[in-house]
Design a protein around this ligand. Structure first.
Ligand code: ADP
Length: 291
């Protein structure tokens, strides 16, 4: 396998600015992403699963250089994105597209879906209107929308349809990598599976490399070839999907899976600190015989 994206020891800290910090006058740092490493191979779906607050969005944003990482490297086709100048990064933006939870707020309410889809093409230098339109109509079809939707406005669409528009807008520029941050979590379960199936089909047809980030392990399991488990900003373990579910090695992963898969109504894993196990959280790979 050829890695197309390699994340090396990526970390991101924020300065906490809550009331407590203000009162005490002490600066406290939140380590949202802590020394995370993994790689994406061309054409695979890599799933990142983690509970709310585990650093998933921060990781996505630091990979895309929307947020500057505190340390570490992001190698895309062997170029370190963290070292690029803004204009150099701008040229690569097309290659790495972000699909997020609810695209509605980012869809210009005064533009038709056709205009919305064609805008990225215009920005990336497709000069001929006819070519832009042809591409937009093709993408609409691929995400299961109709030609008539080309002339409609965002508010006329349901949540699932808006996500289809979001997907079409990201894929219209033929990216190498799509990073999806909770792309179905705002949707009803039946709509979730429609969107997942569309993503799966597109991914196969386009041989797209996908980083699929979500808190819902069944969603991540359904779509991913490999999975990494994120907890409090750290990568607990990673493995191909079948082995991870057959034999989760890390106690955190075991607890996460059992809370969801055994049907018991345990709400969630305790987040503030302890991994639910007598074993202490690892630094490095002590539980991780696969690495
Ligand atoms: P997730 O996407 O898994 O829910 P996030 O990446 O949003 O997690 O957040 C991870 C941690 O980083 C949380 O503790 C969050 O409060 C903190 N965090 C995220 N963004 C910021 C920010 N801009 N400033 C301060 N803290 C942040």
């Amino acid at each position: 396998h050829q890695p197309i994206l390699e994340i090396r020891n990526l970390s991101k800290s924020f300065t906490a600015s809550g009331t407590l910090e203000k009162l005490s006058g002490k600066t406290k740092y939140v380590r949202a992403v802590n020394n995370v490493s993994f790689q994406l191979n061309k054409g695979e779906v890599y799933g990142l699963v983690g509970e709310s607050g585990s650093g998933k969005s921060t990781l996505a944003r630091t990979i895309l250089q929307l947020t500057k990482p505190s340390s570490g490297e992001v190698l895309y086709k062997n170029q370190d994105l963290t070292a690029l100048k803004i204009n150099e990064m701008r040229k690569l933006r097309k290659d790495l597209q972000l699909i997020f939870q609810d695209p509605f707020s980012s869809l210009n309410p005064r533009k038709t879906v056709g205009q919305i889809l064609e805008e990225p093409l215009r920005i990336h230098g497709v000069k001929k209107a006819a070519i832009r339109q042809e591409k937009a109509l093709a993408l609409l079809e691929q995400v299961g929308l109709q030609t008539e939707h080309y002339f409609r406005y965002p508010h006329e669409f349901s949540g699932g349809q808006r996500q289809r528009i979001g997907i079409a807008r990201a894929l219209i520029v033929d990216p190498e990598i799509a990073i999806l941050d909770e792309p179905v979590s705002a949707l009803d379960v039946s709509i979730q599976s429609q969107i997942l199936n569309i993503l799966k089909a597109l991914q196969k047809n386009l041989n797209l490399t996908m980083l699929f980030i979500a808190h819902d392990i069944s969603v991540v399991r359904y779509i991913s070839d490999r999975i990494g488990v994120l907890y409090l900003g750290e990568m607990m373990e990673e493995a191909d999907t079948d082995s991870l579910f057959a034999e989760p090695l890390h106690p955190y992963t075991q607890a996460l899976f059992s809370s969801v898969l055994d049907g018991s109504k345990k709400e969630r894993i305790p987040l503030k600190g302890e991994i639910p196990s007598p074993l202490a959280p690892p630094s490095g790979c002590v539980f991780h015989t696969r690495c």
